[in-house]
Design a binder for this molecule. Structure first.
Ligand code: AHR
Ligand code: AHR
Length: 518
């Protein structure tokens, strides 16, 4: 993997070019100053559409911001602390969270608004369609941004954040724009992973009372093309891909399982809205719709009737069956120019969202690895995920990039004990190897004590004398084992077929190798 500086240097040119396109004045010959002056809310302010909300778990969205990003609460004594930045205009101080939450678990209780509006988000209360939400686990989604390990927000069903008494957010047909950086690897087809404008009473008060970005695989108005996930507009009582609801663009098959996605919606509140998406790790934005407001569902969307609350992770009425990931997002006053959107996307790409810290091949937290079998049958076989389960399969230098990514894991400190380890999927950020009914699967971390224990493994010298064996944290006599090319936690003799004593010591001994997908 490229070191952050190697990755950033050539991108300064792109950022500067995009920023110049929107008329920003940059310090010529001072690339660091140029970048610092073009964080997303600086870009939107210069373009005349200032942020009225700026939420991020991972970085400052103004070059001058030096306040807190979010608040965590720990389980052991219910104490809270604010997590801030390593430097003004910089990245989250995740080490402060690690130290505060050491030996216990933490949830995210507040996400601060970096704008002067103080539109902070707190855990959402009960609504028309869902009971009160719970806070997301604070350590479920470790990623790197700008070379720093930070934590994103991983929403599972029953989690959401909201502010029903905001300042400056569009109401009653006002114009606004918004984007979020999310992930295509942790989505579902339930209502409604949203970020944006919603009702102030947590209820469905009618068409046009919401104006939020939706991201997921729920196709509300058929046809949607491909399998998604799609960037859609939740304008209430529908997830819209166009004025007619359904997708008019058969080439918009969704983003697929891209690890980092920029999702963007803008709406003049009267007679026009637009949807865009991009890969948050490279390239520009693609517009999937730009046209009139919806005319279906009995109307009511032109003009819009936004109420100005801000929702994150649920539908307007707190429908909370959806899952999703959130790293950063803003809302603007006024509809931003396309040039400003492009400059924001360039800035997002320039910070280098990624899944690891770049070190490889060891069991140190942050390192990327692959796990090779040592049994004589199978020494070119590795643990990879396939259709959500862990299996043993051959991976070679000529394997596809998908196969190599599926066979690559990021070592994390154990989710249930920091003296053990957990294995996060390289291409599904926030998903971990965990056992369930003794078989291993790749699943999103849901913050429960059960998941944490099932996803924690304690390394020890290989039982065959070779390599490393991994004892299950909650079943300490069972070790990660391959059997018939599936992967289990297994004891040396026992009632399940995979507990067979034959070749047990070899099957539970693994070689920790350099990652197939660095
Ligand atoms: O518009 C889709 C969803 O419908 C909204 O988010 C919710 O309020 C309603 O159930
Ligand atoms: O997992 C492959 C092989 O299947 C194992 O070595 C053996 O235990 C079983 O027969």
């Amino acid at each position: 993997m490229l070191r952050p500086l190697q990755r950033l240097r050539p991108l300064w040119a792109l950022v500067a070019a995009a920023a110049l396109a929107v008329g920003l004045s940059l310090g010529v010959g001072a690339p660091q100053a140029a970048a610092a002056s073009s964080l997303p809310c600086d870009v939107y302010a210069s373009a005349g559409t200032p942020c009225v909300a700026a939420h991020s778990l991972v970085r400052a969205l103004y070059s001058s911001y030096s306040g807190s990003l979010y608040q965590v609460q720990r389980a052991s004594d219910s104490a809270t602390t604010n997590i801030g930045l390593l430097a003004t205009g910089g990245y989250a101080n995740a080490a402060a969270q690690d130290s505060f939450c050491s030996g216990t678990t933490c949830i995210i209780t507040k996400i601060y608004d970096q704008s002067a509006r103080h539109n902070d988000l707190t855990i959402e209360g009960a609504g028309g369609a869902g009971a009160a939400d719970v806070g997301a686990p604070a350590d479920a989604l470790p990623v790197t941004v700008g070379g720093h390990q930070v934590y994103g927000l991983e929403i599972s069903a029953g989690m959401g954040y909201r502010n029903n008494a905001t300042s400056g957010v569009a109401t009653n047909g006002g114009a606004e724009g918004m984007y979020m950086v999310t992930s295509g690897t942790h989505v579902n087809g339930s209502c409604c992973f949203d970020y944006g404008n919603a009702e102030t009473n947590n209820k469905d008060t009618g068409n046009g009372h919401m104006d939020a970005i939706n991201f997921g695989t729920e196709c509300w108005f058929s046809p949607c093309y491909g399998s998604g996930p799609w960037v859609q507009a939740d304008l209430e009582n529908g997830l819209f891909q166009s004025d007619s609801g359904y997708s008019k663009n058969s080439s918009n098959t969704g983003t697929g399982a891209l690890p980092f996605v920029t999702a963007l919606l803008k709406n003049n509140g009267q007679d026009h809205f637009a949807l865009k998406y991009g890969n948050a790790q490279s390239g520009g934005l693609t517009t999937t719709y730009s046209g009139g407001e919806p005319t279906v569902n009995g109307g009511g969307y032109s003009p819009m009737h936004q109420e100005g609350a801000i929702v994150l992770g649920t539908g307007g009425d707190n429908s909370n069956g959806s899952i999703g990931s959130f790293f950063e997002g803003v809302m603007t006053s006024g509809i931003p120019t396309d040039a400003a959107d492009d400059a924001v996307q360039s800035n997002i790409v320039s910070v280098g969202y990624g899944g690891s810290t770049g070190s490889t091949g060891s069991l140190t937290a942050g390192s990327e690895i692959s796990l090779a079998a040592t049994t004589s049958c199978c020494t070119t076989d590795y643990i990879r995920h396939q259709a959500n389960a862990a299996v043993l399969s051959s991976v070679t230098s000529s394997s596809s990039s998908l196969d190599k990514n599926d066979a690559t894991w990021i070592v994390r400190k154990g989710l249930a004990s920091s003296s053990c380890v957990s294995f996060e999927s390289r291409n599904y950020p926030g998903d971990y190897l965990r056992h369930y009914n003794y078989r291993l699967y790749r699943q999103p971390m849901d913050g429960t004590a059960q998941f944490r224990a099932d996803a924690t493994f304690c390394p020890t010298t290989g039982k065959s004398g070779t390599g490393t064996s991994f004892a299950s944290y909650n079943y300490p006599t069972k070790y990660i084992r391959h059997y018939n090319y599936n992967v289990y936690i297994a004891s040396d003799g026992g009632s399940n077929a995979w507990d067979s004593a034959t070749s047990w010591t070899d099957d539970v001994s693994w070689t920790v190798t350099s990652p197939w997908a660095p």
